[in-house]
Design a protein around this ligand. Structure first.
Ligand code: ADP
Length: 564
């Protein structure tokens, strides 16, 4: 009764019964690779048909045409590459086993094809930029150089302990929608809590189309810095239980790793939702946007996703329901499309940024016209005011530029103001966290990423962390920014001229590097890539460490991270 899946049938790559038992056993002896979180998400959705007609990570012919024309090799519209990056090329013609990070055997891949890919080209085609501020572009830097493709036999799916009742695959969602009995289904995609305005948009859309509603939030990999899905799903459950009509609504969690690819992403989401039974997809402005680049410009035009959906929607069999921003008319207690407000009426609106900055971060309750009170309560509990939230102050600069000196003063000033502080000094962490790492480019990157990982954990748990490490490479810093989260990552660039650093030469390394005793030393025979757009730039020839630390404290207070 529902719309058929894209390409006619739902792919199902799962083995079961005796065949699965045998293949599991055989897999124990095969060469294995560990899947990254993104590949885990892709595998799960591919295995259960959400990416139909895809039945494998893309081979070269599909991949190339997807990049250039948003079509698979056979001409089917498919806008986003789904690939398996590997650091080492596996042998063609052999089987390999794909494992999850806990070494569980997930799938056997018969390697039919291995090819090298070009990061810059894929970034430009899919994300339309190679700016590392784009979260997928930043992540690509850590992907292996090869893509592998071939038939998959899936042995296990990722297991999800959270919200099991909402973890439904495409076939299960289809069954539920069938039961509600309407061939028209409007899908609503989201990666944020559902506020009154979104609720209103979904309600308007289903009325306009005469459809049922599939609320399908993404819980795989979303934008770095997005609200955690545990909190979000608790808010969705409130809406499902109290505010949406149960005879017309299905709520399902989608373990999708999004690409932040704007227009291409919108069409991809339409294909995925069609596989779940949807005939319509709600698409607003800045759909699947990736925020702004290092120059503060949007990666995609606000209406581009709607334009591409309008053009390609008919090819993928999904109709777009476009929506305009709604505003609230307090005097009439109703919502209206921004451009259609009768003249002279009072209007209210709160942006996502305002929610975080002006309400949650400030400890101010969200008004009822904006958010259902039960939802507001969940959010307030999950997001303490900003001065109790975590952050990471990331120093970068040449050796001996003054990072550690300023960082130590800053740590004391922050503690004096009531924050718990962890100082991660690039040299000090080498005695434990990064013990054994050398100074090759790769080892130095590993050192920075380890610091970044620890920093992101501390910040996530509401701690204050200061990192002081040369961190000379831009792409590595971008990766750390993505790990910690844009809104709590503060880069401090200590911009001391190299001649001064060399005169200071705290550890005597410049001397040894000039004498050729050590190699690959930043500033001497290895590059230092200055940050393009740091939150703070310090000079140390005209300011004391104390003055500079005070300046950072001022910035942090202004941003609300310290009590006024
Ligand atoms: P880094 O951590 O960047 O390698 P350090 O902080 O260990 O650098 O060393 C910087 C050296 O420069 C210290 O000996 C410090 O006393 C000296 N110095 C002189 N003036 C300043 C200043 N204004 N800010 C920071 N350090 C300064």
């Amino acid at each position: 009764m529902l719309i058929p899946p894209y390409g006619g049938r739902l792919m199902n790559l799962m083995l079961d019964g005796e065949e699965r038992r045998q293949e599991l056993q055989r897999a124990a002896d095969l060469p294995s690779v560990i899947l990254a979180p993104r590949a885990m998400c892709d595998l799960e959705l591919m295995a259960t048909g959400a990416f139909s007609p895809l039945d494998r990570f893309m081979g070269r012919a599909d991949y190339e045409r997807v990049l250039d024309e948003m079509r698979l090799a056979d001409g089917t519209v498919y806008p986003v590459p789904v690939t398996l990056p590997l650091a080492d090329p596996p042998e063609v013609g052999k089987d390999i086993v794909l494992r999850n990070p806990n070494n569980v055997r997930m799938a056997i891949l018969r390697v039919e094809e291995v090819f090298e890919w070009d990061r810059d080209r894929e970034a430009r085609q899919v994300c339309r930029t190679n700016d590392g501020r784009h979260p997928l572009v930043a992540e690509m830097a850590s992907w292996g150089r090869y893509y592998a493709s071939g038939p998959l036999k899936v042995l296990n799916l990722p297991s999800h302990q959270d919200f099991p009742a909402l973890r439904k695959n495409a076939a299960e969602v289809r069954a539920e929608l069938e039961e509600l009995g309407n061939t028209k289904v409007v899908a609503f995609h989201t990666r944020t809590p559902i506020h009154r305005i979104h609720e209103e948009i979904t309600r308007k859309a289903v009325e306009q189309v005469g459809a049922n509603l599939l609320v399908q939030p993404v819980v795989g990999m979303t934008r770095p810095g997005d609200m955690d899905h545990y909190t979000r799903v608790r808010t969705y459950l409130i809406l499902k239980d109290k505010y949406y009509d149960p005879r017309r609504t299905v709520l399902s969690l989608l373990p999708l790793a999004v690409r932040h690819a704007g227009p291409r992403e919108a069409v991809w989401h339409a294909i995925i939702r069609r596989n779940f039974g949807a005939t319509h997809l709600i698409v607003g402005r800045d759909y699947a946007s990736a925020g702004v680049d290092s120059k503060g410009r949007l990666f995609f035009g606000s209406l581009e996703a709607q334009e591409l959906m309008r053009a390609l929607g008919p090819h993928v069999g999904v109709t777009m329901v476009p929506y305009e921003e709604l505003v609230y008319l307090p005097d009439e207690d109703r919502y209206e499309v921004e451009g259609q407000v009768p003249p002279g009426r009072r209007t209210l609106s709160i942006s996502g940024t305002d929610v975080r900055n002006d309400y949650l971060a400030a400890g101010k309750p969200l008004p009822n016209w904006f958010t259902r009170p039960e939802v507001a309560e969940v959010l307030a509990r999950a997001f303490p005011p900003r001065h109790q939230q975590g952050f990471c102050i990331w120093f970068t600069g040449l050796p001996s530029s003054g990072k550690s000196t300023i960082a130590e003063v800053l740590a004391v000033l922050l503690m004096e103001r009531g924050r718990q502080v962890t100082l991660l000094d690039g040299d000090v962490v080498r005695t434990h966290l990064s013990k054994g790492l050398g100074f090759s480019q790769q080892d130095r990157d590993t050192n920075i990423l380890r610091i970044g990982f620890v920093a992101s954990e501390i910040a996530r748990h509401h701690g204050a962390v200061i990192s002081s490490a040369v961190s000379p490479y831009r792409s590595t810093r971008d990766q750390v920014r993505a790990m910690v989260g844009e809104d709590r990552f503060i880069v401090v660039y200590v911009n001391t001229p190299i001649e001064i650093c060399e005169q200071r030469d705290v550890k005597g390394y410049y001397g040894r590097a000039r004498a050729g005793e050590i190699h690959g030393f930043t500033g001497v025979d290895d590059p230092y890539e200055a940050p393009a757009n740091p939150e703070i730039t310090l000079t140390t020839t005209d300011c004391t460490p104390e003055q500079n630390a005070q300046r950072i404290v001022g910035h942090m207070r202004e941003k609300g991270f310290l009590p006024a």
